[in-house]
Write a protein that binds this ligand. Structure first.
Ligand SMILES: [Zn+2]
Ligand SMILES: [Zn+2]
Length: 199
């Protein structure tokens, strides 16, 4: 099989899709993408219905497949996982501008639960086995510190959200049936055919 054009790629495939810039026949792997210092990635979460969402809201997970850090996926993947995890509380998907900096790439489905990459890299990129409504392995990234992450937008769908949302300067996109109990501050708000109830 002919190899892709991406320098440093070990996969056996004909064309290389860069997950960061979207190039369908990329000459670089995503760890070398020029967009890696300001790429848009998604962080889906099942926010506790009463906690507030703020600009500094993304917390560092103490553990994960790639060790401690803040975990991201591509927006479409994060959306699927968020919906799969939904159990009545609204699904919340942060769109973030992420500075991946110097990226460590894991081989295949390898794990690094101790986060040994943190000694020499700013972020780590690996493939997660099928999970959360995804039937294929999917890309994930983990970054060291909240200082590498800027929240730019928030998708909220289907469910109840009682906490306050304070995201001045960010957009909020609401879809499905959502009930809000708290105060909302945002830059712009888009109601994507949503049925919104304010209590
Ligand atoms: Zn490739
Ligand atoms: Zn790229």
């Amino acid at each position: 099989m002919p190899r892709c054009n991406a320098v440093g790629c070990n996969w056996r495939h004909e064309t290389h899709h860069c997950a960061l810039c979207g190039d369908g026949d990329s000459r670089h792997v995503s760890a070398d993408c020029p967009r890696r210092f300001a790429c848009i990635l998604g962080h889906g979460t099942k926010t506790g219905a009463t906690s507030s969402i703020t600009q500094s809201g993304l917390r560092v997970s103490s553990e994960g497949r790639l060790g401690p850090g803040i975990y991201f996926a591509t927006i479409p993947t994060a959306r699927v996982i968020g919906k799969w995890r939904n159990e009545g509380e609204a699904t919340v998907l942060y769109h973030c501008e992420v500075n991946l900096g110097k990226v460590k790439t894991m081989d295949g489905l390898a794990e690094d639960k101790s986060g040994s990459w943190r000694a020499n890299y700013d972020s780590c990129h690996g493939m997660h086995p099928p999970w959360g409504g995804r039937t294929e392995p999917f890309r994930e990234w983990v970054v060291k510190s909240p200082s590498q992450v800027k929240i730019v937008g928030l998708e909220i769908c289907d469910g109840t959200y009682d906490g306050h949302i304070h995201l001045p300067g960010c957009w909020i996109n609401i879809s499905g049936r959502v009930t809000f109990g708290g105060n909302i501050t945002a830059g712009t708000m888009v109601l994507n055919g949503a049925h919104v109830t304010l209590r």
